[in-house]
Design a binder for this molecule. Sequence first.
Ligand code: GLP
Length: 231
Amino acid sequence: MKIIKCKNYEEMSVKAAEIFAQQINEKPDSVLGLATGSTPLGLYAELIKMYNDGKIDFSKCVSLNLDEYSPIAYDNDQSYHYFMNENLFKHVNISESNFPSEDDPKAYDALAEELGGIDIQLLGIGENGHIGFNEPGDVLIAPTHMTGLTESTIKANARFFESEDDVPKAAITMGIATIMKAKKVVLMASGAKKRDAVMKILADNIDPQCPATILKAHPDVILICDEEAID
Ligand code: GLP
């Protein structure tokens, strides 16, 4: 795992944007695995800037988005469809975007295969070490699947909703195998709340109680974090 330790969030966002721009410039028809959350907002703002400056062209790119709440209306401003549209897609010329669907979760993995696999997968990390909505548990679930959300995730995500009760209790997420098949993974972690999870990734073992530790077994992961998120 390559670690890029940045002074602050702005520097993290620029570094991550450089990596995505390089990927897209080298392979204009890249399949992008994209994520939501507050962490990638700065990265998306940088990518929009690069697009407006003519430095990046998404016209041949396809996105496979990491996850979505369930149930949620796609025009709900807390849905991940809405988030991705507002924070990236409507500002750039991306060719196609896809989300996992509760109707047939495994079809998403077949779609990823058909598209030739995910070239670059962006991940944030939950305070409890989740990636996408792969929550801590006794096992890690391989394919794209429906999942209940843990208390910790519901609490952490309540800040985006009017009350904790409004947070959906389930989600559909790319599975661990789906994520691990991506050719390159960019994992971003910002702030002291992520430090425990990040330090577990850097420790020796892979632990399903901290799903992000599986990334230790991936051959091409770049961890981009700020000083608060790592020792
Ligand atoms: C959410 C998402 C994850 C995201 C994580 C961290 O629950 N499902 O994909 O990485 O929480 O979010 P944030 O970046 O806001 O801390």
